[in-house]
Every structure is written in structure tokens, then in C-alpha cells.
Design a protein around this ligand. Sequence first.
Ligand SMILES: [Zn+2]
Length: 184
Amino acid sequence: MLRGGCYLAFAASPETLGIEETVMDKYQQSQKNKLFKPQHGDPYLELPSSGTALCPQCGVTYHRGHWSWKSAAPSDAQSVVCPACRRIADDQPAGILHLGGKFLGEHRQEILNLIHNTEAAEKTAHALERLLKVTDKDDGLEVTTTGMHLANRIGHALNAAYKGHSEYHYSDDENSVHIRWQRD
Ligand SMILES: [Zn+2]
């Protein structure tokens, strides 16, 4: 299978390409699992005991193993505060971004717009991925999120739009991510 010029440059055999593909699929699958399934030991991702639930604070519903905006809650749905609202109430982010550098000072509003637009797009599809806080710090801006996926998306959006330098650090239990982005 042809996978593009870069593979041909290495004269990779079809077997090698097959291995690459398997690794990629496993990686994508694991990312998907992280996004939709509870991580062991993360109290914020414990599932409601009943099959359906409604968050009284934000209106998100739990149905068939997922929290989403789409399904209407049945009348017997259990009232359960969703993981995102609990993280917001406890001020316990799953994602923390530190933005710094001269470029940030010169393009602050533009960067804030990018952050809010990324949240809006992400939150529609993944109900538990929300901005928690955007705080001015002495050395830049701190952005916290209720989910790791949104933090990653913001980090990649900053890189895609403005380049700069970024570092990603995952906690040992893989339940949180710390991202530093800098452009001078
Ligand atoms: Zn909620």
C-alpha cells in the first residue's frame, strides 16, 4: 500500500508499512479509549450507577455510556453532577496550559479567540471537554480545562496557527496533562 513519499524515501517494505499501520491504529485506539472510557483511578470519571443521568448544573445527559448534549433525558433519569461540572466546582483541571513569550503580549486577543473557538468546537462533540479558567499570570497566561483532549487541541491549534515551541507532560497516572507553549 502506498502511504506517501516519505515512506518511499526509506524504501520501506510492505511488512514495515504494515507494522507502522498497526502501531498507529493501536495509538489511535488508545487515544480514543482515553477520551471516552473512564481511566482507572480518576474519581471524576466514575460512571453513574443508573443507565441514564442528567446533570442538574449544565444539562448534559448520560446515556449508553456517554455524556452528551444530544439525547433528551428520560423522566426517570438520575440527577448526577457531571464530571466536567465537578471539576469546575473543585477547580481541579485535567489540562493546564502555560502560554508565554513576547508574541503572546502582541497577539493576546487573537490567541484568546483561538482558545475560545477551539473550546466551542470541541465542547459540541465532547460534552465533558470545557474551559475551566483563563488567568493572567506575571509570565503569561494560564489556561485550564476539564479534559485532557481540549488542552491538547488548544496546544496543537496554537502550534498550527503561530508555530512557537511547546512541551507536553503527562502525569504518571495519565489523568492530566501540562502543556507549555512559548513564542518570543
Ligand atoms: Zn454538568
